[in-house]
Write a protein that binds this ligand. Structure first.
Ligand code: NAD
Length: 510
């Protein structure tokens, strides 16, 4: 039976609250923006548009909470992380429902997101081990050295719409495990799961002020970038905003890492298992409606690979079920916003104008039972070339392009020459070719017969070229390094009667 969307009167929708110093901070309705259900187009909530005043409150709360959090015994801090891990796991379906409702991705996909975020919380539970230093006795006569890892102070996370739970969970557990306090600026498009995370931290026993949330857009971000109380920022989002965050934040003395846009390519060699490769390409390109920074959006077929792969991909595209993310049996949900849907349609128009062959046209798709939803079908282009803008730019929608080359070397040169370098993959049954690719490709996250090579949550994550700014990756060992300052202590305890003579010589280690 067709379901007509029920328009909700704007005055009855809930207004979300900032979370500062361990409690919600209410906002007058005039300072809010609408949140849409992308499956119906209806307004489902209102989100505060925070600015300098709210940022200041949150940073001051975080600064106040910092000394006690930094000095809390490591095992006591770790116990709070274990409690939070249990609560997130218990509420995993609640979080997934909120993600799916706001973003449009399918419920199982949203659940996968929560579980991949959980991995990093589990990594953070081992914080006493991760924060261990190095102790080197005897670096010189009666002289020992050890290192300390100490928190920086107030850390900030600025996160995108497309992973409203997983990406923040790749940032805040590491920042807080290292002893920093935290201010999170989530995306205003998908805020539904934010407050639940704040409430679960409180239930886990986190002291007030250690975890704060300020909603907002450019104004809130601008205030964070220059606030003298902010020490470190990790940003995840588009490249122009990430570059601005990196340049402004570092110019104001902050440690910044920005993880940004992508145009990932999977190379398909003629010896690949084509049925398996077609499944992988379609899953990667159209999962989450292509709104993943690790989606493979270019398929580079070597030799005759594209001739054999394309019909298999077409069959699969025709079978995709597109509908509301919370409906069972749906493969792909709507686009997250009406504006973004319109921009993807413009990209498809552009691809046609640039001369790519339009094999499957997602613009034709509609859901008559959801006439105001932001739906789009899966789009496939063939004969895409590096001269085309649809090859060069991130579209961030369900649009895949096939590129044809004669040799492996040509394919490798394309991947290494792209302005973005986030993830890549090779599909082959030849182990030697796979090994060569992992050594020769200039992209840090590599899949060999894996289409979405997101490393496990206890390893580092990040790209290169236009896909990342800063020297360290996020999460894992790099995450610990990013959110701490290392101190090196060189020490001796002079024994009575063993004092050396006064010397002005630069001391050698002997
Ligand atoms: P976005 O850049 O529009 O927003 C990211 C964050 O910046 C949000 O919190 C937003 O409120 C804020 N923001 C937006 N415009 C701003 C401005 N002008 N000034 C200051 N702050 C601003 O990104 P998005 O659309 O939410 O997310 C999609 C992008 O994120 C894609 O480019 C995708 O590739 C990228 N992404 C990258 C990774 C990665 O790890 N490399 C992961 C997920 C998403």
């Amino acid at each position: 039976m067709a379901t007509t969307p029920v328009a909700v009167a704007e005055s009855t929708v809930p207004t979300l609250s900032h979370w500062i110093d361990g409690r919600p901070v209410e906002v007058p309705p005039e300072g809010t923006a609408p949140v849409f259900d992308p499956a119906t187009g209806a307004v489902i909530a209102r989100v505060p548009r925070g600015g300098a005043a709210e940022v200041d409150l949150a940073v001051i709360a975080a600064q106040r909470a910092f000394p006690a959090w930094r000095d809390m015994p490591l095992i006591a801090r770790s116990h709070i992380f274990f409690a939070y891990r249990e609560l997130v796991y218990r509420h995993r379906e609640d979080l997934a429902r909120l993600i799916s409702r706001d973003h449009g991705k399918t419920f199982p996909d949203a659940l996968g997101e929560v579980l991949r975020g959980l991995e990093t919380i589990e990594f953070a539970c081992g914080l006493p081990v991760h924060l261990a230093g190095i102790n080197t006795p005897g670096v010189s006569t009666n002289v020992d050295t050890h290192t300390l890892r100490q928190p920086l102070g107030v850390a900030v996370g600025i996160t995108p719409f497309n992973f409203p739970v997983m990406v923040p969970m790749w940032i805040y557990p590491i920042a807080m495990a290292c002893g920093n306090t935290f201010v999170w600026k989530p995306s205003s498009h998908t805020p539904g799961a934010t407050q639940l995370q704040a409430e679960l931290w409180k239930e886990a026993g986190l002291p007030a002020g250690v975890f704060n949330v300020v909603y907002g857009g450019r104004e809130a971000v601008s205030a964070l970038l220059v606030h003298p109380g902010v020490d470190a920022i990790q940003f995840v989002g588009s490249t122009p905003v990430g570059r601005h965050v990196y340049e402004t934040g570092t110019a104001h003395g902050k440690r910044v890492g920005a993880y940004t846009a992508a145009k990932n390519a999977m190379v398909v060699l003629p010896d690949a298992d084509m049925e398996f490769t077609a499944d992988s390409a379609v899953a990667s390109g159209y999962g989450s409606a292509g709104e993943r920074c690790m989606a493979q959006t270019l398929v580079i077929g070597v030799g005759d690979a594209a001739d054999r792969l394309r019909p298999l991909m077409e069959e699969r595209i025709q079978r995709l079920k597109i509908g509301p993310g919370l409906d069972p049996d749906v493969d792909m949900g709507p686009i997250y916003s009406a504006e973004h849907r319109a921009s993807i349609v413009e990209w498809i128009d552009k691809g046609v104008a640039e001369g790519a062959e339009l094999v499957a046209d997602g613009r034709r798709f509609s859901r008559p039972d959801h006439p105001d939803g932001f739906f789009l079908g899966a789009t496939l282009f063939d004969h895409v070339t590096p001269a085309m803008e649809i090859y060069q730019e991130e579209i961030f929608g369900p649009v895949l392009g096939i590129v044809r080359v004669a040799t492996y070397d040509e394919a490798l040169a394309l991947v290494n020459g792209h302005k973005y370098g986030n993830g890549t993959a090779i599909f082959t049954t030849d182990g030697g070719a796979g090994r060569r690719f992992e050594l020769e490709v200039d992209v840090p996250m590599i899949g060999i017969n894996i289409p979405i090579p997101v490393p496990a949550g206890y390893l580092s994550f990040g790209g290169t070229r236009g896909s990342a700014f800063g020297d360290l990756k996020m999460r894992g060992e790099d995450g610990i390094r990013f959110f701490t300052q290392e101190k090196m202590v060189t020490l001796r305890w002079p024994a009575p009667g063993r004092r050396e003579k006064l010397s002005l010589v630069f001391p050698g280690n002997s």
